[in-house]
Write a protein of this length. Structure first.
Length: 100
């Protein structure tokens, strides 16, 4: 584990003390940790560059206009799980939906 990766993590998440690290790709590390009572994962390149942070949210935490869009696009489906993915390009929502 490169020191620069640990330092980049500590700078981005200064209040997190307990981290489980795994090699995600040839040049990428994934940190798994808890923050605000939620399970998080964050990915960093070998040079310490942050790539992405992911965490699950409850259905009641999803913004209403996003829920409306999902319901309009997937009529008859129910949102089972939602995960937020934050990158330098912005925030994305990943849904697990089910019908029937």
């Amino acid at each position: 584990m490169p020191t620069v990766v640990k330092e980049a993590f500590s700078k981005k998440f200064p209040t997190v003390n307990r981290v489980n690290w795994q090699k995600e790709e040839v040049n990428e590390w994934e940190a798994e940790f808890k923050l605000k009572k939620k399970e998080y994962s964050a990915n960093f390149l070998d040079d310490g560059t942050w790539q992405e942070t992911e965490y699950e949210i409850e259905n009641n935490e999803i913004l209403e206009h996003i829920v409306s869009s999902v319901k309009a696009s997937f009529r008859g489906y129910k949102i089972e799980e939602c995960e937020v993915s934050e990158t330098n390009q912005g925030v994305n929502y990943e849904f697990e939906i089910e019908k029937g």
